[in-house]
Design a protein around this ligand. Structure first.
Ligand code: C5P
Length: 231
């Protein structure tokens, strides 16, 4: 059993990143947002796509790329900052903001299902795991990346609650969004994450399920902390 890894998996918008960051700060584990690796990987190609400005959609364009050749040009790193915040570095550039662009979020579904992409990200995560104690959030950490993690949680919430929370977050940032559209986007992302053949989103058999629909952030943090500290 790997005592140095806490895996927190779950669907988009379940609040797992906030909780993981705060639990990590309290137990002295560095927080890694594994979605940021899929985002940065996608951003690498998104930028080339924009530069080439082809007439075909990204989904078609990416099929013609030889990923095996391109992958050696990609380096993704997490820079740990104080308070559990991170920077995502793609080829020496801070892309922490850019990876959140809606277009990038939308394009991830063409890359995240591919074995070559997942092997690349998993290698990055294992390299970190060799050096640090980590609390990671993602979709497949407890099932595929660190199936031997001692602590595994699956954090979820109803689709309405997840959409509402994301909506509030964006409103606070001054971003104008439509709640129904947000809900539809989250549902689509859930579907593609759950239905992909390789490393789909699912709860590990030995994970603890936490449905946060009716729970406050602090209650969830304390539930996770008490499970970790009592074992
Ligand atoms: O966590 P976040 O929503 O930023 O992740 C973006 C996307 O990256 C997910 O919708 C999923 O397709 C992919 N992802 C993944 N495996 C992970 C983390 C994220 O496939 N461990």
């Amino acid at each position: 059993m790997n005592q140095n890894i806490v895996a927190i998996d779950g669907p988009a918008g379940s609040g797992k990143s906030t909780v993981a960051r705060e639990v990590g700060a309290q137990i002295g584990y560095s927080y890694v947002d594994t979605g940021s690796y899929y985002r940065a990987f996608t951003l690498f190609f998104h930028k080339i796509y924009k530069k080439e400005n082809p007439t075909i959609p990204f989904s078609e364009w990416i099929k013609n790329k030889n990923l095996e050749n391109e992958i050696s040009k990609i380096s993704i790193q997490t820079e740990f900052l104080s308070g559990g915040t991170n920077k995502t570095i793609l080829n020496s550039e801070d892309v922490s903001e850019e990876i959140r662009l809606p277009e990038v979020t939308e394009e991830i579904k063409y890359l995240a299902p591919l074995r070559i992409v997942r092997d690349f990200v998993n290698q990055c995560l294992h390299d970190l795991g060799d050096k640090y104690k980590l609390i990671m959030d993602g979709r497949d950490i407890g099932t595929e990346v660190f199936p031997d993690a001692k602590f595994k949680f699956f954090v979820t919430a109803s689709i309405d609650t997840r959409a509402e929370r994301r909506f509030q977050e964006l409103v606070e940032k001054g971003v104008n969004v439509d709640l129904d559209q947000l809900k539809e986007d989250i549902a689509k992302r859930d579907k593609s994450d759950m239905e992909r053949k390789i490393a789909p989103l699912r709860m590990a058999d030995d994970a603890i399920l936490i449905d946060t629909t009716q729970l406050s952030k602090n209650v969830v943090i304390n539930m996770i902390l008490s499970k970790i500290l009592q074992s």
